[in-house]
Write a protein that binds this ligand. Structure first.
Ligand code: SF4
Length: 69
């Protein structure tokens, strides 16, 4: 998800994904509000990674159903 979408909170801040949004880890840019949306800058940003990362790939990343591999 973080490679081709962003999550937007109710107050307009952008996050790499919904996991990062729940942890309040905003996109790693000074322009992190939807009013400052800049596709070129967003497309080359560094993704904010943390211990939860790759949990998003459970069930091949398609749902929260999970998968044992
Ligand atoms: S949890 Fe980590 S790897 Fe998964 S979409 Fe979010 S930032 Fe990307």
């Amino acid at each position: 998800m973080c490679r081709n979408t962003v999550s937007i909170s109710w107050d307009g801040f952008m996050y790499d994904c919904d996991f990062n949004q729940m942890l309040n880890l905003k996109v790693a840019l000074p322009e992190n509000h939807i009013t400052q949306f800049d596709y070129e800058r967003l497309s080359v940003r560094n993704i904010v990674l943390n211990h939860h990362c790759y949990g998003c790939t459970a069930g091949s990343g398609s749902s929260c159903g999970g998968e044992v591999a």
